[in-house]
Design a protein around this ligand. Sequence first.
Ligand code: ADP
Ligand code: MG
Length: 616
Amino acid sequence: RQNAEKFEFQAEVSRLMDILINSLYSNKDIFLRELISNAADAMDKLRFLSLSDRSILGKGEQAKLEVKISLDNDKKVLKIRDRGIGMTKQELVSNLGTIAKSGTSAFLEQMQKGGDINLIGQFGVGFYSVFLVADYVEVITKNNDDKQYIWESDAGGNFAISEDPTGEQLGRGTQINIHLKEETQEYAEEGKLKELVTRYSEFIEFPIYLYSSKEVEVEAAEEEADEAAADEDVSDAEDVADEAEDEEETEEEPAKPAKKETVWEWELLNDAKPIWLRSPSDVSEEEYTKFYHAISKSTDTPMTYSHFKAEGDVEFRSLLFVPPTAPPGFLDNYYTNKAGLRLYVRRVFISDEYEDLMPRYLGFVKGVVDSDTLPLSVSRETLQQHASLKTIKKKLVRKALDMLRKLAEDDKPEEEAEGVTESDAAAGSSQKYDTFWGQYGKAIKLGVIEDGANRQRLARLLRFHTSKYPDTWTSLEDYVSRMQEDQKQIYYLAGDKEAELAKSPFLEQLLEKDLEVIFLTDAVDEYMMSNLPEYDEKKFQNAAKDDLKLGGKKGKKEKRVREAFKGLTAWWKGLLGAEAEQVKLSTRLATSPCIVSTSKYGYSANMERIMRAQAL
Ligand code: ADP
Ligand code: MG
Protein backbone atom coordinates (compact mmCIF):
# COMPACT_ATOMS: atom_id res chain seq x y z
CA ARG A 1 0.00 0.00 0.00
CA GLN A 2 1.12 3.50 -0.66
CA ASN A 3 1.91 5.75 2.26
CA ALA A 4 2.43 2.70 4.42
CA GLU A 5 4.98 2.93 7.15
CA LYS A 6 7.62 0.19 6.89
CA PHE A 7 8.96 -1.82 9.81
CA GLU A 8 11.48 -4.61 10.13
CA PHE A 9 10.67 -7.75 12.03
CA GLN A 10 12.80 -8.53 15.03
CA ALA A 11 15.56 -10.84 13.72
CA GLU A 12 14.22 -13.90 15.51
CA VAL A 13 10.70 -13.35 14.22
CA SER A 14 12.09 -13.02 10.75
CA ARG A 15 13.93 -16.31 11.09
CA LEU A 16 10.82 -18.00 12.44
CA MET A 17 8.76 -16.71 9.52
CA ASP A 18 11.33 -17.90 6.99
CA ILE A 19 11.08 -21.36 8.44
CA LEU A 20 7.30 -21.31 8.46
CA ILE A 21 6.75 -19.95 4.97
CA ASN A 22 9.14 -22.47 3.47
CA SER A 23 7.93 -25.29 5.62
CA LEU A 24 7.10 -28.59 4.01
CA TYR A 25 5.60 -29.64 7.29
CA SER A 26 2.53 -31.61 6.46
CA ASN A 27 0.23 -30.54 9.25
CA LYS A 28 -0.44 -26.94 8.38
CA ASP A 29 -3.95 -27.19 9.81
CA ILE A 30 -2.89 -25.70 13.09
CA PHE A 31 -2.83 -22.12 11.77
CA LEU A 32 -6.62 -21.96 11.98
CA ARG A 33 -6.64 -23.12 15.58
CA GLU A 34 -4.03 -20.48 16.48
CA LEU A 35 -5.90 -17.63 14.80
CA ILE A 36 -9.22 -18.64 16.34
CA SER A 37 -7.56 -18.90 19.71
CA ASN A 38 -6.19 -15.37 19.30
CA ALA A 39 -9.65 -14.15 18.36
CA ALA A 40 -11.08 -15.76 21.48
CA ASP A 41 -8.30 -14.23 23.62
CA ALA A 42 -9.07 -10.81 22.18
CA MET A 43 -12.77 -11.23 23.01
CA ASP A 44 -11.95 -12.47 26.50
CA LYS A 45 -9.94 -9.30 27.05
CA LEU A 46 -12.77 -7.12 25.82
CA ARG A 47 -15.37 -8.90 27.91
CA PHE A 48 -13.19 -8.51 30.96
CA LEU A 49 -12.82 -4.77 30.43
CA SER A 50 -16.54 -4.43 29.85
CA LEU A 51 -17.14 -5.59 33.40
CA SER A 52 -16.14 -2.17 34.64
CA ASP A 53 -17.39 -0.22 31.65
CA ARG A 54 -20.27 -1.69 29.69
CA SER A 55 -20.06 0.96 27.00
CA ILE A 56 -16.84 -0.65 25.76
CA LEU A 57 -18.88 -3.47 24.24
CA GLY A 58 -20.87 -1.22 21.96
CA LYS A 59 -24.40 -1.88 20.81
CA GLY A 60 -26.26 -4.28 18.55
CA GLU A 61 -24.12 -6.37 16.19
CA GLN A 62 -21.07 -4.74 17.68
CA ALA A 63 -21.71 -6.28 21.08
CA LYS A 64 -21.95 -9.81 19.71
CA LEU A 65 -18.72 -11.49 20.62
CA GLU A 66 -18.22 -14.00 17.82
CA VAL A 67 -15.81 -15.26 15.19
CA LYS A 68 -16.77 -15.21 11.53
CA ILE A 69 -14.87 -17.13 8.89
CA SER A 70 -15.43 -16.59 5.19
CA LEU A 71 -13.85 -17.06 1.78
CA ASP A 72 -13.77 -14.42 -0.89
CA ASN A 73 -15.35 -15.03 -4.28
CA ASP A 74 -12.41 -16.46 -6.14
CA LYS A 75 -11.55 -18.51 -3.07
CA LYS A 76 -8.01 -17.25 -2.78
CA VAL A 77 -8.45 -15.32 0.42
CA LEU A 78 -9.61 -16.72 3.72
CA LYS A 79 -10.93 -14.16 6.19
CA ILE A 80 -11.24 -14.50 9.93
CA ARG A 81 -12.98 -11.74 11.75
CA ASP A 82 -13.52 -11.24 15.47
CA ARG A 83 -15.17 -8.61 17.61
CA GLY A 84 -12.43 -8.65 20.17
CA ILE A 85 -10.47 -5.82 21.62
CA GLY A 86 -8.51 -5.08 18.44
CA MET A 87 -5.08 -3.48 18.38
CA THR A 88 -3.88 0.09 18.37
CA LYS A 89 -1.13 0.99 15.94
CA GLN A 90 1.42 0.74 18.71
CA GLU A 91 0.14 -2.71 19.63
CA LEU A 92 0.31 -3.85 16.03
CA VAL A 93 3.97 -2.93 15.95
CA SER A 94 4.85 -4.64 19.18
CA ASN A 95 2.52 -7.67 19.04
CA LEU A 96 3.03 -8.62 15.42
CA GLY A 97 6.65 -7.78 14.91
CA THR A 98 8.50 -8.41 18.10
CA ILE A 99 8.20 -10.99 20.77
CA ALA A 100 7.15 -9.94 24.21
CA LYS A 101 7.79 -13.35 25.68
CA SER A 102 11.04 -15.18 25.22
CA GLY A 103 9.22 -17.71 23.09
CA THR A 104 10.83 -17.59 19.70
CA SER A 105 14.35 -18.68 20.49
CA ALA A 106 13.07 -21.52 22.59
CA PHE A 107 10.75 -22.56 19.79
CA LEU A 108 13.40 -22.26 17.08
CA GLU A 109 15.73 -24.33 19.18
CA GLN A 110 13.06 -27.02 19.57
CA MET A 111 12.38 -27.07 15.85
CA GLN A 112 16.03 -27.43 15.04
CA LYS A 113 16.04 -30.48 17.25
CA GLY A 114 13.23 -31.87 15.13
CA GLY A 115 10.54 -30.50 17.43
CA ASP A 116 6.89 -30.23 16.51
CA ILE A 117 5.45 -27.10 14.85
CA ASN A 118 2.19 -28.16 16.40
CA LEU A 119 3.39 -26.79 19.74
CA ILE A 120 3.88 -23.28 18.36
CA GLY A 121 1.03 -21.88 20.46
CA GLN A 122 2.74 -22.95 23.67
CA PHE A 123 5.65 -20.68 22.86
CA GLY A 124 3.58 -17.55 22.44
CA VAL A 125 4.19 -17.17 18.70
CA GLY A 126 1.07 -18.86 17.34
CA PHE A 127 0.12 -15.95 15.09
CA TYR A 128 3.04 -16.57 12.77
CA SER A 129 1.75 -20.04 11.93
CA VAL A 130 -0.45 -18.23 9.41
CA PHE A 131 2.64 -18.20 7.18
CA LEU A 132 2.41 -21.97 6.89
CA VAL A 133 -0.47 -21.40 4.48
CA ALA A 134 -0.20 -17.77 3.37
CA ASP A 135 2.27 -15.87 1.25
CA TYR A 136 0.66 -12.56 2.07
CA VAL A 137 -1.33 -11.55 5.13
CA GLU A 138 -3.33 -8.47 6.03
CA VAL A 139 -4.44 -7.77 9.57
CA ILE A 140 -7.11 -5.10 9.68
CA THR A 141 -7.80 -3.99 13.20
CA LYS A 142 -9.67 -1.42 15.21
CA ASN A 143 -9.26 -0.76 18.89
CA ASN A 144 -11.54 1.66 20.72
CA ASP A 145 -8.56 3.89 21.47
CA ASP A 146 -7.26 4.32 17.94
CA LYS A 147 -8.13 4.46 14.25
CA GLN A 148 -8.47 1.44 11.98
CA TYR A 149 -5.15 0.16 10.66
CA ILE A 150 -3.92 -2.41 8.20
CA TRP A 151 -0.85 -4.45 8.96
CA GLU A 152 0.53 -6.34 5.98
CA SER A 153 3.42 -8.63 5.28
CA ASP A 154 4.62 -11.15 2.73
CA ALA A 155 7.11 -12.54 5.25
CA GLY A 156 10.06 -10.91 3.50
CA GLY A 157 11.66 -9.66 6.70
CA ASN A 158 9.46 -6.59 7.00
CA PHE A 159 5.90 -5.50 7.46
CA ALA A 160 3.96 -2.32 6.80
CA ILE A 161 1.26 -0.45 8.66
CA SER A 162 -1.13 2.07 7.20
CA GLU A 163 -4.31 3.77 8.23
CA ASP A 164 -7.23 2.03 6.53
CA PRO A 165 -8.24 4.29 3.61
CA THR A 166 -11.72 2.76 3.55
CA GLY A 167 -12.49 4.11 7.00
CA GLU A 168 -13.38 2.32 10.19
CA GLN A 169 -16.06 -0.09 9.06
CA LEU A 170 -14.90 -2.82 11.44
CA GLY A 171 -16.25 -0.80 14.33
CA ARG A 172 -14.09 -2.81 16.65
CA GLY A 173 -12.10 -6.01 16.39
CA THR A 174 -9.76 -7.67 13.98
CA GLN A 175 -10.00 -9.22 10.56
CA ILE A 176 -7.21 -11.31 9.17
CA ASN A 177 -7.07 -11.76 5.41
CA ILE A 178 -5.07 -14.82 4.55
CA HIS A 179 -3.90 -14.95 0.95
CA LEU A 180 -3.47 -18.66 0.49
CA LYS A 181 -0.41 -20.07 -1.21
CA GLU A 182 -0.85 -21.98 -4.45
CA GLU A 183 -0.16 -25.26 -2.68
CA THR A 184 -2.50 -24.67 0.23
CA GLN A 185 -5.70 -24.09 -1.70
CA GLU A 186 -7.28 -26.95 0.26
CA TYR A 187 -8.06 -24.40 2.96
CA ALA A 188 -10.37 -22.66 0.56
CA GLU A 189 -12.82 -25.55 0.89
CA GLU A 190 -15.76 -25.09 3.21
CA GLY A 191 -15.69 -28.75 4.11
CA LYS A 192 -12.08 -28.57 5.19
CA LEU A 193 -12.67 -25.47 7.28
CA LYS A 194 -15.68 -27.02 9.00
CA GLU A 195 -13.71 -30.13 9.78
CA LEU A 196 -10.83 -28.12 11.25
CA VAL A 197 -13.03 -25.96 13.43
CA THR A 198 -14.90 -28.93 14.82
CA ARG A 199 -11.68 -30.82 15.36
CA TYR A 200 -9.59 -28.09 16.95
CA SER A 201 -11.80 -25.29 18.13
CA GLU A 202 -14.87 -27.06 19.38
CA PHE A 203 -14.39 -25.72 22.88
CA ILE A 204 -13.90 -22.08 22.07
CA GLU A 205 -16.42 -20.28 24.25
CA PHE A 206 -17.57 -17.88 21.58
CA PRO A 207 -19.72 -18.81 18.60
CA ILE A 208 -17.73 -19.53 15.46
CA TYR A 209 -19.55 -19.09 12.15
CA LEU A 210 -18.57 -20.10 8.65
CA TYR A 211 -20.12 -18.37 5.68
CA SER A 212 -21.19 -21.45 3.83
CA SER A 213 -23.23 -22.40 0.85
CA LYS A 214 -25.98 -24.90 0.72
CA GLU A 215 -27.91 -26.49 -2.11
CA VAL A 216 -31.59 -26.30 -1.41
CA GLU A 217 -34.59 -27.47 -3.37
CA VAL A 218 -36.94 -24.71 -4.21
CA GLU A 219 -40.37 -25.39 -5.61
CA ALA A 220 -40.79 -23.75 -8.98
CA ALA A 221 -43.64 -21.56 -7.89
CA GLU A 222 -41.64 -20.16 -5.03
CA GLU A 223 -38.63 -19.27 -7.07
CA GLU A 224 -39.13 -15.62 -6.42
CA ALA A 225 -39.56 -16.12 -2.72
CA ASP A 226 -37.36 -14.12 -0.41
CA GLU A 227 -34.65 -15.34 1.92
CA ALA A 228 -37.12 -16.91 4.27
CA ALA A 229 -37.60 -19.69 1.74
CA ALA A 230 -33.95 -20.54 2.08
CA ASP A 231 -34.52 -21.40 5.67
CA GLU A 232 -32.80 -24.48 7.02
CA ASP A 233 -35.97 -26.50 7.08
CA VAL A 234 -36.44 -26.28 3.38
CA SER A 235 -33.94 -28.98 2.54
CA ASP A 236 -35.75 -31.33 4.86
CA ALA A 237 -39.17 -30.38 3.56
CA GLU A 238 -39.84 -33.78 2.08
CA ASP A 239 -38.99 -35.70 5.22
CA VAL A 240 -41.04 -33.37 7.29
CA ALA A 241 -43.96 -33.82 4.94
CA ASP A 242 -44.08 -37.55 5.60
CA GLU A 243 -44.02 -37.28 9.33
CA ALA A 244 -45.96 -34.18 10.16
CA GLU A 245 -49.06 -34.46 8.05
CA ASP A 246 -51.02 -32.13 10.23
CA GLU A 247 -48.66 -29.22 9.71
CA GLU A 248 -49.96 -26.41 7.59
CA GLU A 249 -47.09 -26.05 5.14
CA THR A 250 -47.32 -29.68 4.16
CA GLU A 251 -50.91 -29.45 3.08
CA GLU A 252 -49.97 -28.18 -0.35
CA GLU A 253 -49.65 -30.97 -2.85
CA PRO A 254 -45.92 -31.69 -3.38
CA ALA A 255 -46.21 -32.53 -7.06
CA LYS A 256 -44.62 -29.36 -8.49
CA PRO A 257 -41.15 -29.88 -10.02
CA ALA A 258 -38.33 -28.93 -7.62
CA LYS A 259 -35.37 -26.77 -8.56
CA LYS A 260 -31.95 -26.56 -6.95
CA GLU A 261 -30.63 -23.31 -5.69
CA THR A 262 -27.55 -22.26 -3.72
CA VAL A 263 -28.06 -20.21 -0.61
CA TRP A 264 -25.44 -18.67 1.60
CA GLU A 265 -25.68 -18.44 5.34
CA TRP A 266 -23.62 -18.07 8.48
CA GLU A 267 -23.43 -21.58 9.80
CA LEU A 268 -22.67 -22.03 13.48
CA LEU A 269 -19.87 -24.57 13.85
CA ASN A 270 -19.53 -25.01 17.59
CA ASP A 271 -21.60 -25.34 20.68
CA ALA A 272 -20.19 -22.57 22.81
CA LYS A 273 -21.46 -24.01 26.09
CA PRO A 274 -18.50 -24.44 28.38
CA ILE A 275 -17.70 -28.10 28.94
CA TRP A 276 -17.17 -27.62 32.69
CA LEU A 277 -20.78 -26.57 33.15
CA ARG A 278 -21.94 -29.93 31.89
CA SER A 279 -22.43 -32.89 34.15
CA PRO A 280 -19.41 -35.23 34.15
CA SER A 281 -21.67 -38.12 33.15
CA ASP A 282 -22.56 -36.27 29.93
CA VAL A 283 -19.02 -35.63 28.84
CA SER A 284 -17.13 -38.32 26.98
CA GLU A 285 -13.48 -39.18 27.44
CA GLU A 286 -12.84 -37.89 23.95
CA GLU A 287 -14.44 -34.55 24.72
CA TYR A 288 -12.25 -34.13 27.78
CA THR A 289 -9.19 -34.89 25.72
CA LYS A 290 -10.22 -32.40 23.05
CA PHE A 291 -10.88 -29.76 25.65
CA TYR A 292 -7.46 -30.43 27.09
CA HIS A 293 -5.97 -29.91 23.63
CA ALA A 294 -7.72 -26.58 23.43
CA ILE A 295 -6.42 -25.21 26.70
CA SER A 296 -2.96 -26.75 26.57
CA LYS A 297 -2.31 -25.93 22.91
CA SER A 298 -1.01 -29.44 22.48
CA THR A 299 -2.23 -32.65 20.96
CA ASP A 300 -1.31 -35.21 23.57
CA THR A 301 -3.57 -37.09 25.88
CA PRO A 302 -3.66 -35.96 29.50
CA MET A 303 -2.39 -38.44 32.06
CA THR A 304 -5.50 -37.98 34.15
CA TYR A 305 -8.18 -35.42 34.89
CA SER A 306 -10.75 -34.46 37.48
CA HIS A 307 -14.05 -32.70 36.86
CA PHE A 308 -15.98 -31.56 39.90
CA LYS A 309 -18.27 -29.04 41.47
CA ALA A 310 -17.48 -27.62 44.89
CA GLU A 311 -20.44 -26.66 46.99
CA GLY A 312 -20.86 -24.89 50.29
CA ASP A 313 -19.89 -21.37 51.24
CA VAL A 314 -17.78 -21.06 48.15
CA GLU A 315 -19.15 -22.51 44.94
CA PHE A 316 -17.13 -23.28 41.89
CA ARG A 317 -16.69 -25.80 39.15
CA SER A 318 -13.38 -27.03 38.01
CA LEU A 319 -11.78 -29.27 35.47
CA LEU A 320 -8.18 -30.21 36.16
CA PHE A 321 -5.71 -32.07 33.95
CA VAL A 322 -2.27 -33.55 34.41
CA PRO A 323 -0.30 -33.14 31.16
CA PRO A 324 1.46 -36.30 29.97
CA THR A 325 4.81 -34.55 30.24
CA ALA A 326 5.93 -31.71 32.45
CA PRO A 327 5.38 -28.33 30.76
CA PRO A 328 8.59 -26.86 29.33
CA GLY A 329 10.55 -24.97 31.94
CA PHE A 330 8.30 -26.09 34.78
CA LEU A 331 11.16 -26.87 37.15
CA ASP A 332 13.75 -24.57 35.61
CA ASN A 333 11.53 -21.54 36.15
CA TYR A 334 10.00 -22.90 39.30
CA TYR A 335 10.02 -19.61 41.17
CA THR A 336 8.95 -17.39 38.30
CA ASN A 337 6.32 -19.46 36.49
CA LYS A 338 3.17 -17.46 36.10
CA ALA A 339 0.96 -19.68 34.00
CA GLY A 340 -1.82 -21.09 36.09
CA LEU A 341 -5.34 -22.33 35.80
CA ARG A 342 -7.80 -20.42 33.69
CA LEU A 343 -9.94 -18.50 36.14
CA TYR A 344 -13.50 -17.61 35.19
CA VAL A 345 -16.04 -15.77 37.25
CA ARG A 346 -19.53 -16.67 36.13
CA ARG A 347 -18.33 -17.77 32.72
CA VAL A 348 -16.28 -14.62 32.18
CA PHE A 349 -12.61 -15.33 31.66
CA ILE A 350 -10.55 -13.33 34.14
CA SER A 351 -6.99 -14.52 33.91
CA ASP A 352 -4.69 -17.47 33.49
CA GLU A 353 -1.93 -15.92 35.53
CA TYR A 354 -3.38 -16.50 38.92
CA GLU A 355 -0.51 -17.89 40.89
CA ASP A 356 -2.87 -17.72 43.81
CA LEU A 357 -5.07 -20.55 42.62
CA MET A 358 -2.50 -23.29 42.94
CA PRO A 359 0.68 -23.56 44.93
CA ARG A 360 3.88 -23.51 42.89
CA TYR A 361 4.53 -27.21 43.18
CA LEU A 362 1.19 -27.99 41.50
CA GLY A 363 1.93 -25.52 38.74
CA PHE A 364 1.95 -28.35 36.22
CA VAL A 365 -1.78 -28.91 36.64
CA LYS A 366 -3.76 -27.36 33.78
CA GLY A 367 -7.43 -26.56 33.71
CA VAL A 368 -10.23 -24.16 34.48
CA VAL A 369 -11.92 -22.84 37.59
CA ASP A 370 -15.25 -21.07 37.30
CA SER A 371 -16.66 -19.51 40.42
CA ASP A 372 -20.10 -18.12 41.12
CA THR A 373 -19.05 -16.87 44.53
CA LEU A 374 -16.31 -14.50 43.49
CA PRO A 375 -17.50 -11.04 42.59
CA LEU A 376 -17.26 -9.88 39.01
CA SER A 377 -15.22 -7.09 40.43
CA VAL A 378 -13.37 -4.66 38.32
CA SER A 379 -9.74 -5.40 38.81
CA ARG A 380 -7.63 -8.49 39.10
CA GLU A 381 -5.97 -6.97 42.12
CA THR A 382 -9.13 -6.61 44.22
CA LEU A 383 -10.15 -10.11 43.25
CA GLN A 384 -6.83 -11.33 44.47
CA GLN A 385 -7.62 -10.08 47.95
CA HIS A 386 -10.98 -11.76 48.06
CA ALA A 387 -11.27 -14.21 50.92
CA SER A 388 -13.02 -16.89 48.87
CA LEU A 389 -9.97 -17.19 46.70
CA LYS A 390 -8.14 -18.78 49.62
CA THR A 391 -10.94 -21.27 50.14
CA ILE A 392 -10.99 -22.09 46.46
CA LYS A 393 -7.27 -22.67 46.51
CA LYS A 394 -7.50 -24.94 49.52
CA LYS A 395 -10.20 -27.05 47.91
CA LEU A 396 -8.43 -27.15 44.58
CA VAL A 397 -5.26 -28.46 46.16
CA ARG A 398 -7.18 -31.20 47.95
CA LYS A 399 -8.92 -32.16 44.73
CA ALA A 400 -5.68 -32.15 42.79
CA LEU A 401 -4.01 -34.37 45.38
CA ASP A 402 -7.04 -36.67 45.37
CA MET A 403 -6.76 -36.95 41.64
CA LEU A 404 -3.12 -37.98 41.97
CA ARG A 405 -3.89 -40.46 44.72
CA LYS A 406 -6.52 -42.03 42.49
CA LEU A 407 -4.05 -42.18 39.65
CA ALA A 408 -1.75 -44.17 41.90
CA GLU A 409 -4.49 -46.38 43.31
CA ASP A 410 -6.37 -47.18 40.12
CA ASP A 411 -3.14 -48.18 38.65
CA LYS A 412 -2.02 -50.46 41.39
CA PRO A 413 -2.40 -54.13 40.59
CA GLU A 414 -4.97 -55.88 42.77
CA GLU A 415 -3.28 -58.46 44.90
CA GLU A 416 -5.64 -61.16 43.73
CA ALA A 417 -5.56 -59.99 40.17
CA GLU A 418 -4.70 -62.68 37.69
CA GLY A 419 -1.31 -62.62 36.12
CA VAL A 420 0.12 -60.36 38.73
CA THR A 421 2.89 -62.05 40.58
CA GLU A 422 3.24 -61.49 44.25
CA SER A 423 6.44 -59.55 43.97
CA ASP A 424 4.81 -57.20 41.47
CA ALA A 425 2.02 -56.50 43.85
CA ALA A 426 4.37 -56.09 46.75
CA ALA A 427 6.45 -53.59 44.86
CA GLY A 428 3.28 -51.75 43.88
CA SER A 429 4.37 -51.57 40.29
CA SER A 430 2.03 -49.26 38.43
CA GLN A 431 2.90 -48.03 35.00
CA LYS A 432 0.80 -44.91 34.78
CA TYR A 433 1.84 -43.66 38.16
CA ASP A 434 5.45 -44.57 37.40
CA THR A 435 5.25 -42.27 34.41
CA PHE A 436 3.69 -39.60 36.58
CA TRP A 437 6.45 -40.02 39.11
CA GLY A 438 9.12 -39.73 36.44
CA GLN A 439 7.66 -36.45 35.22
CA TYR A 440 6.49 -34.84 38.44
CA GLY A 441 8.21 -36.63 41.33
CA LYS A 442 10.36 -33.62 42.03
CA ALA A 443 7.30 -31.37 42.24
CA ILE A 444 5.74 -33.66 44.83
CA LYS A 445 8.95 -33.56 46.86
CA LEU A 446 8.97 -29.78 46.73
CA GLY A 447 5.37 -29.96 47.88
CA VAL A 448 6.40 -31.91 50.97
CA ILE A 449 8.83 -29.10 51.76
CA GLU A 450 6.50 -26.21 50.96
CA ASP A 451 3.01 -27.36 51.89
CA GLY A 452 2.87 -28.19 55.58
CA ALA A 453 -0.91 -28.54 55.58
CA ASN A 454 -0.87 -31.34 53.01
CA ARG A 455 2.38 -32.98 53.98
CA GLN A 456 0.93 -36.37 54.87
CA ARG A 457 -1.21 -36.43 51.72
CA LEU A 458 1.87 -35.67 49.69
CA ALA A 459 3.90 -38.26 51.56
CA ARG A 460 1.50 -40.91 50.26
CA LEU A 461 2.41 -39.89 46.74
CA LEU A 462 6.16 -40.31 47.24
CA ARG A 463 8.01 -43.19 45.60
CA PHE A 464 11.46 -44.55 46.38
CA HIS A 465 13.95 -47.18 45.43
CA THR A 466 14.99 -49.28 48.41
CA SER A 467 17.58 -51.80 49.37
CA LYS A 468 15.02 -54.57 48.79
CA TYR A 469 13.50 -53.22 45.60
CA PRO A 470 16.20 -51.22 43.87
CA ASP A 471 14.47 -51.35 40.48
CA THR A 472 10.81 -50.65 41.17
CA TRP A 473 9.10 -47.79 42.94
CA THR A 474 8.08 -48.31 46.54
CA SER A 475 5.56 -46.15 48.34
CA LEU A 476 5.80 -45.45 52.05
CA GLU A 477 2.66 -47.50 52.46
CA ASP A 478 4.39 -50.46 50.81
CA TYR A 479 7.42 -49.95 52.99
CA VAL A 480 5.38 -49.87 56.17
CA SER A 481 3.48 -52.98 55.16
CA ARG A 482 6.79 -54.80 54.84
CA MET A 483 8.23 -53.59 58.16
CA GLN A 484 9.40 -56.18 60.66
CA GLU A 485 7.19 -56.81 63.63
CA ASP A 486 9.30 -54.91 66.13
CA GLN A 487 10.57 -52.33 63.65
CA LYS A 488 9.69 -48.82 64.80
CA GLN A 489 11.44 -46.60 62.28
CA ILE A 490 11.64 -46.10 58.55
CA TYR A 491 15.29 -46.18 57.51
CA TYR A 492 16.79 -44.15 54.72
CA LEU A 493 20.19 -43.27 53.43
CA ALA A 494 21.04 -40.41 51.11
CA GLY A 495 23.91 -40.21 48.68
CA ASP A 496 25.03 -39.69 45.15
CA LYS A 497 24.33 -43.02 43.49
CA GLU A 498 22.18 -45.96 44.45
CA ALA A 499 24.94 -48.42 43.63
CA GLU A 500 27.20 -46.67 46.15
CA LEU A 501 24.48 -46.54 48.77
CA ALA A 502 23.91 -50.26 48.46
CA LYS A 503 27.54 -50.85 49.45
CA SER A 504 27.68 -48.25 52.18
CA PRO A 505 29.08 -49.29 55.57
CA PHE A 506 26.23 -47.32 57.13
CA LEU A 507 23.93 -50.13 56.06
CA GLU A 508 25.89 -53.11 57.26
CA GLN A 509 23.90 -53.84 60.37
CA LEU A 510 20.58 -52.87 58.84
CA LEU A 511 21.03 -55.23 55.93
CA GLU A 512 22.30 -57.95 58.17
CA LYS A 513 19.11 -57.66 60.18
CA ASP A 514 17.16 -57.70 56.89
CA LEU A 515 15.79 -54.22 57.48
CA GLU A 516 14.68 -52.34 54.34
CA VAL A 517 16.40 -49.02 53.66
CA ILE A 518 15.11 -46.29 51.39
CA PHE A 519 17.70 -44.90 48.99
CA LEU A 520 17.69 -41.17 48.33
CA THR A 521 19.76 -39.81 45.48
CA ASP A 522 17.91 -36.66 44.44
CA ALA A 523 19.52 -33.41 45.66
CA VAL A 524 16.26 -32.30 47.27
CA ASP A 525 15.60 -35.64 49.00
CA GLU A 526 17.41 -35.16 52.26
CA TYR A 527 16.11 -31.65 52.66
CA MET A 528 12.64 -33.02 52.06
CA MET A 529 13.13 -35.67 54.73
CA SER A 530 14.10 -33.03 57.25
CA ASN A 531 10.60 -31.64 56.69
CA LEU A 532 8.95 -35.01 57.01
CA PRO A 533 9.61 -36.34 60.50
CA GLU A 534 7.19 -39.25 60.28
CA TYR A 535 4.77 -41.22 58.20
CA ASP A 536 1.88 -43.26 59.57
CA GLU A 537 3.28 -42.58 63.06
CA LYS A 538 6.59 -44.15 62.14
CA LYS A 539 9.60 -41.92 62.52
CA PHE A 540 12.16 -41.61 59.78
CA GLN A 541 15.72 -42.44 60.66
CA ASN A 542 18.72 -41.38 58.62
CA ALA A 543 21.15 -44.32 58.59
CA ALA A 544 24.09 -41.96 58.36
CA LYS A 545 23.35 -40.37 61.72
CA ASP A 546 24.88 -41.60 64.92
CA ASP A 547 21.58 -41.89 66.75
CA LEU A 548 20.76 -44.96 64.69
CA LYS A 549 19.87 -47.60 67.25
CA LEU A 550 19.01 -51.07 66.22
CA GLY A 551 17.33 -52.38 69.30
CA GLY A 552 18.97 -54.35 72.07
CA LYS A 553 20.07 -52.82 75.35
CA LYS A 554 23.67 -51.95 75.91
CA GLY A 555 25.10 -55.12 77.29
CA LYS A 556 27.67 -55.50 80.00
CA LYS A 557 30.11 -56.69 77.42
CA GLU A 558 29.71 -53.49 75.45
CA LYS A 559 30.43 -51.44 78.52
CA ARG A 560 33.54 -53.45 79.23
CA VAL A 561 34.85 -53.08 75.70
CA ARG A 562 34.16 -49.38 75.81
CA GLU A 563 36.29 -49.08 78.95
CA ALA A 564 39.05 -51.11 77.40
CA PHE A 565 39.24 -48.86 74.35
CA LYS A 566 38.94 -45.59 76.19
CA GLY A 567 42.58 -44.87 75.60
CA LEU A 568 42.22 -45.31 71.84
CA THR A 569 39.10 -43.17 71.46
CA ALA A 570 40.56 -40.40 73.62
CA TRP A 571 43.78 -40.42 71.60
CA TRP A 572 41.83 -40.35 68.36
CA LYS A 573 39.60 -37.50 69.43
CA GLY A 574 42.71 -35.58 70.47
CA LEU A 575 44.19 -36.18 67.05
CA LEU A 576 41.12 -34.93 65.17
CA GLY A 577 40.44 -32.07 67.56
CA ALA A 578 37.59 -29.83 66.45
CA GLU A 579 37.21 -31.76 63.18
CA ALA A 580 35.17 -34.40 64.98
CA GLU A 581 32.52 -34.00 67.61
CA GLN A 582 33.30 -37.30 69.27
CA VAL A 583 34.97 -40.62 68.69
CA LYS A 584 33.18 -43.60 70.12
CA LEU A 585 32.73 -47.32 69.96
CA SER A 586 29.57 -48.58 68.34
CA THR A 587 27.82 -51.81 67.54
CA ARG A 588 26.31 -50.69 64.28
CA LEU A 589 29.00 -52.04 61.96
CA ALA A 590 29.36 -55.60 60.81
CA THR A 591 32.55 -55.72 58.74
CA SER A 592 33.93 -52.20 58.30
CA PRO A 593 36.30 -51.08 61.06
CA CYS A 594 34.96 -47.51 61.32
CA ILE A 595 32.67 -44.90 59.81
CA VAL A 596 32.23 -41.15 59.98
CA SER A 597 28.62 -40.52 60.94
CA THR A 598 26.68 -37.36 61.64
CA SER A 599 25.13 -36.29 64.90
CA LYS A 600 21.36 -36.25 65.07
CA TYR A 601 21.04 -32.56 64.35
CA GLY A 602 24.04 -32.10 62.10
CA TYR A 603 24.27 -32.04 58.32
CA SER A 604 24.99 -35.43 56.84
CA ALA A 605 27.98 -35.79 54.53
CA ASN A 606 25.58 -36.00 51.61
CA MET A 607 23.85 -32.79 52.63
CA GLU A 608 27.20 -31.05 52.95
CA ARG A 609 28.18 -32.28 49.51
CA ILE A 610 24.96 -30.86 48.04
CA MET A 611 25.32 -27.55 49.83
CA ARG A 612 28.86 -27.24 48.62
CA ALA A 613 27.67 -27.92 45.06
CA GLN A 614 25.05 -25.21 45.37
CA ALA A 615 27.53 -22.95 47.18
CA LEU A 616 24.95 -22.26 49.86
P1 ADP B 1 -0.03 -15.36 22.02
O1 ADP B 1 -1.44 -15.55 21.57
O2 ADP B 1 0.50 -16.54 22.75
O3 ADP B 1 0.19 -14.08 22.78
P2 ADP B 1 0.40 -14.99 19.23
O4 ADP B 1 1.60 -15.04 18.36
O5 ADP B 1 -0.68 -15.94 18.85
O6 ADP B 1 0.88 -15.23 20.71
O7 ADP B 1 -0.20 -13.54 19.22
C1 ADP B 1 0.63 -12.42 19.54
C2 ADP B 1 -0.15 -11.26 20.05
O8 ADP B 1 -0.82 -10.58 18.98
C3 ADP B 1 -1.25 -11.59 21.01
O9 ADP B 1 -0.76 -11.70 22.33
C4 ADP B 1 -2.19 -10.38 20.87
O10 ADP B 1 -1.73 -9.31 21.66
C5 ADP B 1 -2.03 -10.00 19.42
N1 ADP B 1 -3.12 -10.54 18.61
C6 ADP B 1 -3.07 -11.59 17.77
N2 ADP B 1 -4.27 -11.81 17.19
C7 ADP B 1 -5.11 -10.89 17.69
C8 ADP B 1 -6.52 -10.57 17.49
N3 ADP B 1 -7.28 -11.30 16.68
N4 ADP B 1 -7.02 -9.51 18.17
C9 ADP B 1 -6.25 -8.77 19.00
N5 ADP B 1 -4.95 -9.01 19.22
C10 ADP B 1 -4.37 -10.05 18.58
MG1 MG C 1 -2.03 -17.03 20.26
